[in-house]
Design a protein around this ligand. Structure first.
Ligand SMILES: O=C(O)CCC(=O)C(=O)O
Length: 368
């Protein structure tokens, strides 16, 4: 019998849904002492996290928040939640309202003709118990595999390829089936190429991603008295970063994402920048093959993870989402009612309900 790879073993260990999550070997960089541990080292950002001029609010709590890297995963940078509560809510609103609309693609597209209004507003609105078919009756032509695995996908959507089926579903049910949407250059999960056309990458989200790219340019290691040499972290000049493609992943509490490498982009020098919102998760970061022992990391709402240098081509995945871990700044029903963008995206209580039981990951890449 073929031996399981180290990555697969770690996935199985952390994924076991019948067990309570075991966080004993999961690294929580926020709990690391200010100097450093054996495997984690603190970084000093050498550039500020600046408010992009297109954003009407301050997204960051500090100019130079603490940042960390891992000895066994050169180039990985984790910044534990540097965002203001308003910024976290803004990212959630963007990911649920603006980004899921056509021409961006979602995993539901092969099955449902999604409306130009976002699925989230439709599901939250007064028509939310009307079958979406009334608005979005569609032809389900073939099954597109989602990389977010789920054991609760409605079997009625798994239709044989090539057949045409009509189906309709309430918008609220479809929202529960939303697994991903693609931004900018549209990624094709079948060919593994960016060959499905291009939509305009949300300019405000791009501005936020670029300000993060600038802040993580060439960070320094925080002073420490160990003589061991650690390699440079990220020499990429962040002012050149443009979000050309992105994926937003929507995880319900029992969802996971299998280990993979993101290697379609031509530009591997630029970091892949990834934001977490909502529930926490266990994230596995490995090496160039599945045989490298991965490190499990705890990612919380607001955390930034950047894959730079060698880690840009590392296997990674999300074996487990952790229930009941979303922060109150997201889950209190009126938390976002006075935000500067509240008029544009009203009724925070609907977002609060979704974020209490879901994790959103929003990532951006430069392709060329
Ligand atoms: O959800 C995450 O944090 C990881 C997402 C990811 O690996 C991807 O979209 O390629």
């Amino acid at each position: 019998m073929q031996q399981q790879t180290a990555f697969r073993r770690a996935e199985k260990k952390h994924k076991a849904q019948h067990q309570l999550p075991n966080l004993s070997d999961v690294i929580d960089v926020s709990a690391i002492d200010a100097s450093d541990g054996a495997a984690v080292r603190r970084l000093c950002l050498t550039h500020d996290m600046c408010q992009p001029s297109v954003l009407p609010f301050q997204p960051f709590c500090q100019d130079r928040p603490p940042a960390y890297t891992l000895r066994d995963h050169p180039g990985l940078i984790v910044i534990p939640n540097p965002f203001t509560a308003e910024a976290q809510r803004w990212i959630a609103r963007k990911c649920l309202c603006d980004c899921t609309r056509p021409p961006n693609h979602t995993n539901l597209d092969p099955f449902f003709d999604l409306p130009s209004q976002s699925l989230f507003s439709l599901a939250s609105g007064p028509t939310n118990n009307k079958p979406a078919g009334a608005l979005t009756r569609v032809e389900a032509q073939h099954m597109v595999a989602s990389r977010v695995q789920s054991d609760s996908i409605d079997p009625s959507v798994s239709k044989p390829k090539g057949k045409i089926y009509m189906q309709s579903a309430p918008a609220a049910d479809l929202l529960e089936r939303l697994r991903w949407c693609t931004l900018g250059q549209q990624y094709n999960w079948t060919t593994k190429e960016y060959d499905l056309g291009t939509s305009v990458f949300d300019c405000e989200l791009n501005a936020l991603m670029r300000s993060i790219a600038e802040a993580i340019t060439n960070p320094a290691y925080a002073a420490c008295n160990r003589s061991e040499d650690w390699p440079p972290i990220n020499k990429y000049e962040g002012s050149e970063f443009v979000s050309q493609a992105g994926i937003i992943n929507y995880y319900h509490e029992r969802a996971s994402m299998a280990g993979h490498v993101d290697k379609t982009e031509e530009s591997m020098d630029a970091p892949l920048i990834s934001l977490s919102i909502g529930l926490s998760c266990i994230y596995l970061i490995g090496g160039p093959t599945r045989d490298t022992e991965p490190t499990p990391l705890l990612l919380r709402s607001g955390d930034i993870l950047a894959m730079c240098g060698d880690s840009r081509l590392a296997f990674h995945g999300v074996p487990r989402v952790l229930s009941d871990t979303a922060p109150e700044c997201l889950t209190l029903p009126n938390a976002g009612d006075n935000d500067s963008v509240a008029a544009r995206y009203p009724n925070w209580h609907n977002f609060a309900t979704y974020l209490s039981t879901h994790r959103i990951n929003c990532n951006a890449r430069k392709c060329m």
